[in-house]
Design a protein around this ligand. Structure first.
Ligand SMILES: Nc1ncnc2c1ncn2[C@@H]1O[C@H](COP(=O)(O)OP(=O)(O)OP(=O)(O)O)[C@@H](O)[C@H]1O
Ligand SMILES: [Mg+2]
Length: 200
């Protein structure tokens, strides 16, 4: 797939998820909750990174509320203050104030005491624009997640299982096949509102 084909695929998939009505979004969020909340990988994780949805992304908010309720530590991504196109993760507790970043996306205030290294997370719910049944992921195109979790892909750490990376999406974001690029991080599984996909 050429860069311009990837760009136009991103555009059409983003359009498709933005077309979902608030009622469809709520139903999808609740199906996502039903699929994930009871899973061992979810309730055994002590430190979980979520995201605040925008641009039609599926909403993992019910899962975050359940995790907060259970006393699991929850984190949200914040744009890295020094490293270009990378993320840091900040602890979020009920009632914390959020602010908007340069793209109008809500994020917690960056405070060093609440930061966690990406490697110390147990589980990350990873947003995506497109995916295929083999768990290849197409993101927004800036490589934020690829850079931040690149340590899982290379050298001696290649068999590292932590953090577990779970892509989450609407089923309408699935395409028949995507080719992973060298720098793309692998998802351990992808959960849509209707189905769970695992790499072969
Ligand atoms: N670990 C990395 N180190 C350096 N550059 C990287 C790394 N990962 C990705 N990139 C660069 O980032 C750019 C965007 O990557 P890609 O198209 O895979 O983004 P994406 O996965 O769609 O986005 P995102 O991860 O933000 O959701 C590419 O040009 C790629 O070269
Ligand atoms: Mg990528």
């Amino acid at each position: 797939m050429t860069p311009s084909e990837r760009a136009s695929l991103r555009k059409s998939l983003r359009h498709c998820r933005r077309q979902l009505t608030p009622r469809e979004q709520d139903a999808a969020a609740s199906r996502l909750y039903d699929q994930v909340a009871g899973k061992r990988f979810f309730h055994c994780a002590r430190r979980i990174a979520f995201y605040l949805p925008g641009d039609g992304e599926i909403d993992p908010g019910l899962l975050m509320a359940a995790a907060l309720e259970r006393g699991q530590h929850c984190y949200l991504p914040v744009i890295h203050p020094h490293k270009k196109n990378a993320l840091v993760f900040v602890r979020f507790r009920s009632g914390d104030v959020l602010q908007t970043n340069r793209w109008g996306i809500y994020e917690p205030r960056l405070r060093s005491a609440a930061l966690i290294p990406a490697r110390a997370l147990d589980l990350v719910l990873v947003p995506l624009v497109g995916f295929d049944a083999a768990c290849n992921r197409l993101g927004m195109g800036k490589g934020f997640y690829d850079r931040t979790f690149g340590f899982r892909a290379s050298g001696v750490r290649s068999r590292r299982r932590s953090p577990r990376l779970i892509g989450v999406a609407h089923e309408c974001q699935r395409v028949s096949a995507l080719k992973a690029q060298d720098w793309d991080i692998r998802m351990d599984r992808i959960v849509s509102d209707w189905q769970t996909y695992q790499p072969q």
